[in-house]
Design a protein around this ligand. Sequence first.
Ligand code: ZN
Length: 178
Amino acid sequence: MDNNITIEPSTHGKGRKRIANKQEWKREKAKSKRYSRQHLPEFPTCGHRTKTMQCCLLTMTEIRKFNEGFYQKKSKLLQDMFVLKHCVTSKPKRPGTKIKENVRNKPKAISVKYNIKTSKGTIPVCKKTFVAILGIGKNRLQRIVSRYHQTGGLPAENRGGDQISHKTDAKRQAIKRD
Ligand SMILES: [Zn+2]
């Protein structure tokens, strides 16, 4: 310990100088960048025009508007909530067909319906279109929906806790990009 340092009281009216927390600031900036739009929304190429999927009916203006609504908030939590607001999940109706005593087939996976809100109403689309319009990864969508379905609650900010799965995600995306 250095005993030569004397601590003097600060002059009246002058608070302690706040030192900018650069680390925190950088992290916040990176966070906001991570949840900003990476590229413009794409027009769906699937050509769906059925009762349950009407990707064809969307116009570019409607696509842009929906995309803008999503990126208005650059936070993971609010974006996840936006996604959930436009998804309808339903449990499989049957628990899987019975093969023999105490043995059942795997039940069907949860079914998810994706809706795009437009000025002319809600337009149901396929997963591919939904993901393309929002410009998010399939995996992120999958995680949001399944977590919601498992816990029945809204997604929580998990960063800081589980960093491993996030790292592997980044790795996975990096691999895909190559
Ligand atoms: Zn489609």
